[in-house]
Design a protein around this ligand. Structure first.
Ligand code: GLU
Length: 270
């Protein structure tokens, strides 16, 4: 290596050597694997160019920053509704930010930080439908829902036990089934459904029925017992709400017409 002459240049070379060798005094944190949805516009979406967008992506990126990770150190991994617990249990991801409702059943297998958002179960129908306005109407209809979701459970147990339910692995598959007339409605959180209504190419195709069939409190899924990370993420979420980034992310991702609940009270510590 050519030795530079000035003191500043020497310092710059040393600094560069230290950062590239990972001994810069700062902990070398490597990458952070985060589980998100890949097919839910406005919530968690892998774009055609390999970039990611959505409210959960923004929340995850904010948390990562508070934990000391730069955006380029984040590795987003795809999770589906049915495999979120499994990916946490097997350390495939450090945490999950994927429209993941906190529930007692899930808490048997994983822990949650948050809640950081409240959504409500609703129905999506074709724009010209006049026959489905409430959950009971589904009892004589074909409905699409996603395996492993609270929405599927809720519809089968409570909302419309007689509906003929088609369960698919992801919501975008349900949207195709709805468009192709294979089902009459699909159900999940209004946040997710609003994203499909607003998606480019879907203009005028679908509408929400405007039901509030449940409260879905989204949490950040963690490996069970990871109390330290839970405390840190709760602190990050509180900061995100306090500094205005939370509301900015809601408005950016869900659009001007989406009516959202105020940020829920986030747990203190772990
Ligand atoms: N929030 C609900 C759940 O956690 C529905 C959305 C989803 O499947 O991701 O099951």
């Amino acid at each position: 290596m050519k030795v530079p002459q000035t003191g500043a240049a020497v310092a710059a070379v040393i600094a560069l050597a230290l950062t590239t060798s990972g001994c810069g005094g700062e902990e070398d944190k490597g990458t952070l694997a985060i589980g998100i949805k890949f097919d839910q516009p406005g919530v968690g979406l892998r774009e055609a160019g390999g970039t990611y967008s959505g409210f959960d992506v923004d929340v995850a990126t904010y948390i990562a920053k508070q934990l000391g990770y730069k955006p380029e150190q984040i590795e987003f991994k795809r999770v589906d509704s049915s495999d979120r617990e499994l990916l946490l249990q097997y350390n495939e991801v450090r945490f999950v930010a994927a429209s993941y409702s906190i529930s007692d059943k899930r808490k048997e297998k994983v822990d949650f930080a948050g809640p950081y958002f409240t959504a409500h179960q609703d129905l999506l129908v074709r724009a010209d439908d006049t026959t489905i306005t409430k959950a009971e109407d589904l009892n004589s209809k074909r409905l699409c829902s996603v395996t492993g979701s609270t929405s599927a459970e809720n519809v089968k147990k409570n909302l419309a036990p007689k509906a003929s339910v088609l369960e698919l692995p992801g919501y975008s598959e349900c949207v195709v089934a709805l468009q192709d007339n294979l089902v009459d409605a699909m159900t999940t959180d209004n946040s997710i459904l609003a994203g499909y209504v607003a998606q480019k190419g879907n203009e005028g195709k679908f509408k929400l029925t405007g039901q509030s069939l449940s409260n879905e409190n989204y949490g950040i899924g963690l490996k069970k017992g990871d109390k330290e990370l839970q405390g840190k993420i709760n602190a990050a979420l509180k900061k995100m709400v306090a500094d205005g980034s939370w509301e900015a992310a809601v408005r950016k991702n869900f659009g001007p017409n989406y009516k959202f609940d105020p940020a829920p009270a986030i747990a203190t510590g772990s």
